[in-house]
Design a protein around this ligand. Structure first.
Ligand SMILES: Nc1ncnc2c1ncn2[C@@H]1O[C@H](COP(=O)(O)OP(=O)(O)O)[C@@H](O)[C@H]1O
Ligand SMILES: CC(C)(COP(=O)(O)O)[C@@H](O)C(=O)NCCC(=O)O
Ligand SMILES: [K+]
Length: 269
């Protein structure tokens, strides 16, 4: 039972092929393509892959992109399934005003992080969490120890911050700089400004969760630009590149264990 996990963000499509639809499955292959190159997947990246028998993805890139991804999947005999945010799933509850309006990638990453935290406390008391995703945008989620999503921040990512400054000014078109505490040139000032804007927002959220929950949160970070942020964080974050795939595997397992009418019965997915 091979399982294809897809994470389609606003910049890139990430895919992972696993040997089964359950947490702890072995990764057989993975890759990432920019959205403009999606149409090559069937002919190139996916051509020589063993055929997946199940698939679950999450997508925040819009309907037109979803159709282009599904077209590529016609290479195989599988039905596309996409995770959506809901009021409750896989041991978590969703405190968003309108749970279904929460970005599916945010929900799935929280589910992945929650399973990881439970495994790490190994039967001990569950911890609150802060889950940071550094992609096109940056999201900073707060989850209490019962697995309730309390709410989260959305910030521009590094690329959007730089492009906004470039397009709104005459004098800020410079190469990428280094992160430093006291930048003395424009490049370093921009790079450091963006990085510490994100780090500062994350730090505030950690404080808010600590105050609200009365315990230190477990902190997880993921996303294509997570590695850029990790060295500049003032609190210890575990960088987990696979958080969304882990969440998809978790959801897949829960749905197989507890099938509902929402989950189509044709095939397993
Ligand atoms: N090799 C890379 N290719 C693309 N983006 C990268 C790469 N390394 C870091 N990044 C950064 O990661 C961001 C995209 O991350 P990603 O998680 O793919 O975003 P999304 O999920 O929104 O598509 C880009 O804004 C870029 O700053
Ligand atoms: C916040 C996001 C744009 C993040 O997208 P990404 O950076 O992963 O491409 C996405 O999760 C989204 O469109 N969310 C819907 C709005 C919300 O979560 O409130
Ligand atoms: K993402």
């Amino acid at each position: 039972m091979t399982f294809l996990a897809l994470d389609v963000g606003n910049t890139r499509l990430k895919w992972g092929l696993y040997d089964s639809p359950a947490p702890g499955a072995t990764l057989l292959g993975h890759g990432a393509v920019f959205l403009e190159n999606i149409d090559r997947l069937a002919d190139e990246d996916w051509r020589a892959l063993p055929e997946p028998t199940h698939m679950l993805g999450c997508i925040v890139a819009g309907e037109a992109i979803r159709r282009r991804v599904e077209e590529q999947m016609e290479l195989w005999d599988i039905t596309p399934h996409w995770a959506v945010s809901s009021a409750a799933e896989a041991g978590m509850t969703n405190g968003y005003d309108h749970p279904t309006r929460l970005g599916a990638d945010r929900w799935v990453a929280m589910i992945g992080a929650h399973a990881r935290m439970l495994q790490q406390v190994n039967g001990g008391a569950p911890k609150p969490m802060v889950v940071v995703m550094v992609g096109t945008a940056v999201t900073v989620e707060a989850i209490d120890a019962t697995g309730k999503f309390l709410g989260g921040l959305i910030l521009p990512g590094h690329g959007i911050m730089l492009r906004a400054l470039e397009s709104g000014t005459a004098g800020l078109r410079v190469p990428t700089g280094e992160v430093c505490e006291f930048p003395t040139n424009t490049s370093d000032a921009l790079t450091s400004g963006g990085t510490y804007a994100i780090a500062g927002a994350v730090e505030r959220m950690v404080q808010h969760v600590r105050q609200h929950c009365g315990a230190d949160p477990a902190c997880y970070m993921t996303g294509g630009a997570g590695w850029k942020m990790a060295p500049s964080m003032s609190v210890q974050f575990e960088l987990v590149d696979s958080l969304i795939f882990d969440g998809l595997l978790e959801i897949a397992k829960h749905r197989l264990d507890h099938p509902t009418p929402v989950w189509p019965s044709r095939g397993l997915y």
